[in-house]
Design a protein around this ligand. Structure first.
Ligand code: SPV
Ligand code: MG
Length: 303
């Protein structure tokens, strides 16, 4: 059982560096930061071990892992309890999905403060109305008025203690079908309200509307995207159009669903023999969770 080199290397990053500063650096380094979605401590460890730059505590995936829908069914305290496990499990900066901030400026700023307190690098708030529905479900995605959302952003910024904690403003203008000029108008208003980065979301199968946005946006703030539906876009394109961070928001959760379903299906039909060689060994799990480190610590402290 050994700790993989990538995990061991990452472990030394954060003690001296605030996670918000690290995330800011990653979003402005010139190549898009690779940000992996996580839904629990285990998925956080696996993504860290693989070498990702940062993690996205995904509302969709944390909700799915809790067995509920991504429509504000989990409470924000439920989600922050999971986000806290993710932060604890990784030395990487964690961007917490804050959904709509659960209501008004007041709930949003409490959510942001709690995320800051638990050690996250930043929070992302989106401009839909509460209760929101996942962006890939249905066609009813009502947006909050711009002024109201700007108030939420300002309230978050002013409630946060650490100026390096990142506030990402996410506009759902393209998801709501309101077009590029509305997306730009909103992003600019959110920049002026104090956002540190913009998340522009799209559910098209190509990156065309994202590329148009980036062209007009002209690097006024770092931009993050979640190319769930335009995943075929070459990674190089994201760099060329100036994206600051690419969030692979839900792939670990979806991979887990497939693997668990298959293992359950085979085991139900014919018992565990056929799955044994296809699933992680316990030794791999113990390695991931650094059981060997505990043994060393026992020698050191349990005298
Ligand atoms: C999430 O992962 O919860 C997101 C991204 O908000 S998406 O599901 O693509 O809207
Ligand atoms: Mg979400």
């Amino acid at each position: 059982m050994t700790i993989s080199p990538s995990y061991a290397a990452h472990r030394d990053i954060t003690p001296n560096q605030h996670p918000g500063l690290r995330l800011r650096q990653l979003l402005t380094q010139g190549t898009p930061a690779k940000i992996m979605g996580a839904h629990d401590g285990l998925s956080a460890r696996i993504a860290t071990d693989t070498g990702f730059d940062a993690l996205w505590a995904s509302g969709l995936c944390m909700s799915s892992a809790l067995g509920v829908r991504d429509s504000d069914e989990a409470s924000w305290t439920d989600l922050l309890a999971v986000a806290s496990r993710i932060v604890e499990a990784t030395p990487l900066p964690v961007l917490v999905d804050g959904d709509t901030g659960y209501g008004n400026f007041n709930t949003a700023r409490r959510y942001a403060r709690q995320a800051e307190r638990l050690g996250a690098a930043g929070i992302c708030i989106e401009d839909k109305v509460f209760p929101k529905m996942n962006s890939f479900v249905g066609n009813s995605h009502k947006l909050a008025p711009v002024a109201e959302f700007c108030g939420k952003l300002r309230a978050c910024r002013e409630a946060l203690r650490d100026p390096s904690f990142v506030v990402v403003a996410r506009t759902e203008a393209l998801i709501a079908g309101l077009g590029l000029s509305e997306a730009l108008r909103r992003a600019e208003a959110y920049r002026q309200a104090g956002a540190d980065a913009i998340f522009i979301h799209s559910r098209k199968t190509t990156a065309d509307e994202i590329a148009s946005f980036m062209h007009e946006w002209d690097n006024r703030l770092p931009v993050v995207i979640a190319p769930t539906t335009y995943y075929r876009t070459p990674q190089k394109t994201f760099e060329e159009i100036g994206i600051g961070g690419v969030i692979w928001a839900n792939h670990s959760m979806r991979a887990a669903v497939t693997a668990m379903r298959e293992a359950c299906r085979v085991m139900y039909a014919s018992g565990p023999t056929a799955v044994e060689e296809k699933i992680a060994t316990l030794s791999e799990v113990f390695g991931l969770l650094e059981y060997d480190q505990l043994a060393k610590d026992e020698e050191r402290y349990q005298l």
